[in-house]
Design a protein around this ligand. Structure first.
Ligand SMILES: O=C[C@H](O)[C@H](O)[C@H](O)COP(=O)(O)O
Length: 186
């Protein structure tokens, strides 16, 4: 079985267990087991290019398998072209998480959240990073290169990748959030 298919099955099974009545503690423990991040997809527009290059090196040194979907120069590009690639790698199960950097992080967040299955969070400090993982189970992080130094971007990305979903009361909210998405599709 391919890693992609396996990831999708695990995700669906864990989500269903809570819905079917598994206790919060058991579900959270199971989520934490599967919440181990190995593969991270990163992307950027021209504004985030330099930060993305530094982040790629940093995350690789930390031991992550990093997939870079571009952009690959400072030439002006359109952030939706890269944000959607990041989002697709996450929903396909090829990567557990995605990080997208543009000038302010806003446009990329908007694009990623239009892809079914994505919970993208534009974060701006350690507290928002932790909240986006513990409460919102964000699977894509967007950051603004103009809002941070490269070192800050690396630090925020590391914290985000290491912070686990808290489960518990947040499960019901995530399920309601995803139900909104399903209703919009129908
Ligand atoms: O939210 C969008 C991002 O901040 C973009 O990086 C930004 O709009 C790009 O603008 P410009 O083409 O002026 O560099």
């Amino acid at each position: 079985m391919s890693e992609k298919v396996y990831s999708r099955i695990i995700h669906n099974v864990v989500s269903s267990l809570h819905t079917l009545g598994m206790s919060e503690k058991e579900t959270t423990e199971l989520v934490n087991q599967k919440d181990h991040v190995i593969r991270v997809v990163i992307g950027a527009d021209h504004g985030g290019f330099e930060a993305k290059e530094a982040l790629k090196e940093y995350l690789t040194e930390l031991g992550y398998r990093v997939y870079d979907v571009g952009t690959f120069s400072k030439e002006r590009v359109d952030y939706p072209d890269f944000a959607v690639k990041v989002a697709q790698k996450v929903v396909s199960g090829e990567c557990e998480r995605g990080i997208m950097i543009d000038a302010m992080g806003i446009g990329s967040c908007m694009v990623c959240n239009k892809v079914r299955g994505i919970r993208a969070a534009l974060c701006y400090d350690r507290r928002s990073v932790i909240n986006s993982r513990e409460h919102n189970n964000a699977n894509v992080l967007t950051l603004g290169a103009l809002a941070h130094t490269v070192d800050e971007i690396c630090e925020l990305a590391k914290l985000w990748l290491e912070t686990r979903f808290a489960g518990g009361r947040h499960w019901a909210r995530i399920n309601k959030m995803m139900a909104v998405e399903r209703r919009n599709i129908l």
